[in-house]
Ligand binder design. Sequence first.
Ligand code: 13P
Ligand code: SF4
Length: 322
Amino acid sequence: MFATAFPAAEATSQVPHDLLAAISALKNDLNAVILAHYYQEPDIQDIADYIGDSLGLSRQAAATQAEVIVFAGVHFMAETAKILNPNKLVLLPDLEAGCSLADSCPPDAFAAFKAAHPDHLVISYINCTAEIKAMSDIICTSSNAVKIVEQVPVDQPIIFAPDQNLGRYVMAQTGREMLLWQGSCIVHETFSERKLLELKLQHPEAIVIAHPECQSTILRHSEFVGSTTALLTYTQENAAPAFIVATEAGILHQMQKQAPHKQYIPAPPEGICACNECPYMRLNTLEKLYWAMRTLSPEISLATDLCTAARQPIERMLAMSA
Ligand code: 13P
Ligand code: SF4
């Protein structure tokens, strides 16, 4: 399948001096593409072939001609790439890179919840496991959730899972009632309303922007709410000199790169911590990415029937948000 055969990880223990050159050479040898989320560390963002939000990454995964997909993100994202490309090798630098939101929706409990509401259509946020996707009718991301819910007939009851904060935001935007699974993200629930208000007073020139995974206590003080890509575009297009950014702090790297003359202030977490950095996303490092490509592991593997069942709701999402 691949142009070059590689020794097992144990056969070599040295990271090359020029890691970037080594990754680039492996990319050519493997016919690989590196897809990265905005929450990855800056080094990884800078070497990626494509950086994007969950919708952009899914679109890239669906369209890629590469033989190997190296996913610099978390497990559910790499899993989505595998679901869309069951015959390709999908590598995730660290298999422990999970997601608190995906973990907040265990398949058994969700199956019982769904069974208790058989007349409901299930719309699931992409931040969920393949098992939850397979139980869903349509997948959505933070950038198309409103658009997708708006396309559902008004008399059709909806279960929205797993993120209750995104669900509440979509209900407010669409005026639709939905039955919400009570999941959430530890990173986006970390922001402090009190500290945000203090920060706003210190920076009256700054506009507050937020990801819809944040709680309503943060969203109600935000002038703009959107996915990571939408937040990035907003900071480029809006004339304001400064932005208070309520999402994972990794996005600030691209904001600084795209419009370096502006100021980007991370929204403050409740405690004295780096809680606005996703601990799962940050498990990936440039070194682990190199080793994943060098050893062709760890890879994402999924049972064929699970892949098939999970693909349909993702493809529905891609068609509905074209
Ligand atoms: P988006 O990629 O849709 O902006 O969502 C961010 C996120 O929480 C990824 O885990
Ligand atoms: Fe999951 Fe939250 Fe991390 Fe996104 S930021 S991957 S939702 S834990």
